[in-house]
Design a protein around this ligand. Structure first.
Ligand code: UDP
Length: 476
């Protein structure tokens, strides 16, 4: 395998410079990469040098595209190409492609040390994804660099991530994983936990435990949240209630999308053009992220529900876990009849849209979402009510935040991955209609949106946290 290539590294070594140099080591999956890119964009406004490790090949076309745009938008950011060692996928039959990627990354991480040591000016800190931290933190410590985690989920989820190993240590070894009382945060029911955590032999769970133990040994954790959204979880992490000696917590969200994301959407998206034709707050935006696909039977129930609701809708349909594998057309899955019947009041697309631009559009009145954390924070920032229908992973934990913050309604009883029953079109349609008519939920979501805007404005909690993070980098 070729050695890591360091591009744009022509500057002289300047060991004594006060200017920090942060090397970002992101993971894979758009839900992991987008918050990295957005945070990097925000950090680049400060007096900091930045390098970004770019793992090749990327998992999907969307990933490759977004990496290219990042370096185009920010020419001063250095790109460190990193070629992944091949992984024998037959070791993990049936594993999800992103989980395999995380494992491949973890197994290649020993090659990262020379890549980080080789960047010029000399690196002073590393910022990595939680999926890689158990490998990256020791490397950073060997190189005497600060190591921070940029956590892509909620503060509540961070409390679970760091407390889970302790919960296991204290649990009767023979007993199943049950409800988890996270000190100072809340009780999380067993049925809300990411599904693989119920099986300690799963690859995901092993990675989760290793990373959870290591997070506590890092120098800081950056979270895409803000104090008014998750006051209890943030206070519990900071006050050492979850774990004594927890590293610095920087609540620096919600992040904004980069200019290039918006530019691309303007150029490509017929979705925004369609929204321009719709009355204010009349459209239900429906999207379940790009990591989890919904079964065709459930898709047909959603279609029936949207049709029965009588509301206008913009629906992003995904039928596979990786975007480049998308083959089936909308008509193949939903049938010609549906597409023809809803013509004019419903738009269904499989294209990539700029979700932040969609949520910021005045025509959108409700977001039926899987409550992936990026989607939640984007709805929060836009002040759009959420109808949260978790599908997998951390989505039910995010649902607890949707409910406690008032930004929307969490359908705790609706089924998710691994629960065989379908939520009926009738129930979906009824709930959509009810929420579209609910002025109270609209008002609450707008208020949370205002709090989000205040947090990132001059003097706001997230802005202050960002300055504290930069000050910590400079203290290296
Ligand atoms: N996204 C987008 N356009 C699409 C599909 C997804 O902009 O067509 C973005 C979305 O705005 C969010 C991210 O992809 O920032 C998905 O992350 P999330 O945490 O919501 O869900 P995941 O896909 O990780 O389950």
């Amino acid at each position: 395998m070729p050695p890591p290539t360091v591009l744009n590294s022509g500057e002289p070594d300047a060991r004594c410079r006060a200017r920090p140099h942060v090397v970002f080591v992101p993971s894979a999956g758009m839900g992991h990469l987008l918050p990295f890119f957005r945070f990097i964009g925000a950090l680049s406004a400060h007096d900091v040098d930045i390098s970004v490790v770019t793992v090749l090949p990327t998992v999907s076309a969307a990933e490759a595209d977004h990496f290219a745009r990042l370096f185009q938008d920010f020419p001063s950011i250095r790109r460190v190409d990193f070629n992944l060692l091949p992984l024998d996928a037959s070791e993990f039959p049936g594993a999800d492609p992103f989980l395999l990627r995380w494992e491949a990354l973890r197994r290649s991480m020993h090659l990262l040390a020379p890549a980080i040591a080789g960047v010029r000016p000399r690196a002073t800190a590393v910022v990595t994804d939680v999926t890689l931290v158990s490998h990256v933190n020791p490397i950073a410590k060997d190189l005497r660099l600060q190591c921070h985690v940029l956590f892509i989920s909620s503060a509540t989820m961070m409390s679970l991530c760091s407390y889970f190993p302790i919960y296991l240590d204290n649990k009767d070894a023979e007993a199943d994983v049950g409800d988890i009382d996270i000190p100072g945060v809340r009780r999380l029911k067993r049925s809300w936990l990411p599904q693989p955590l119920l099986d300690l032999d799963k690859l995901f769970t092993k990675q989760f435990i290793d990373n959870g133990r290591e997070v506590v040994k890092t120098d800081g954790v950056l979270i895409n949240t803000f104090d008014a959204l998750e006051p209890v979880a943030l206070a519990a992490l900071r006050d050492g209630k979850v774990i004594r000696g927890f590293p610095s917590v920087f609540a620096v969200g919600p992040y904004s999308s980069l200019a290039s994301e918006t530019k691309a959407a303007d150029a490509e998206s017929s979705a925004l053009a369609w929204l321009n034709q719709q009355p204010a707050r009349s459209v239900v935006y429906v999207a379940f992220g790009n990591r989890y696909h919904v079964s065709n039977d459930q898709l047909r129930e959603i279609a029936a529900g949207l049709e029965a609701s009588g509301c206008r809708f913009l629906w992003i349909v995904k039928t596979t876990a990786v975007d480049r594998d998308e083959a089936a057309g909308v008509r193949d899955v939903l049938g010609d009849g549906f597409v023809d019947r809803v013509r004019g009041r419903g738009m269904v697309t499989k294209a990539w849209v700029d979700q932040e631009a969609v949520l910021g559009h005045p025509a959108v009145g409700l977001f039926l979402s899987h409550s992936g954390w990026n989607s939640v924070t984007e709805a929060v920032a836009a002040g759009v009510p959420l109808l949260a229908w978790p599908r997998a992973g951390d989505h039910r934990v995010a649902g607890t935040v949707v409910a406690s913050s008032g930004v929307g309604v969490w359908m705790e009883q609706w089924s998710w991955d691994g629960e065989e029953w379908l939520v009926s079109g009738q129930e979906i349609g009824g709930k959509v209609k009810e929420m579209m008519a609910d002025a109270g939920v609209r008002e609450r979501a707008a208020k949370v949106g205002e709090q989000a805007a205040k947090a990132v404005a001059e003097g706001g909690t997230s802005r202050t946290s960002m300055l504290e993070f930069v000050a910590k980098l400079k203290a290296a």
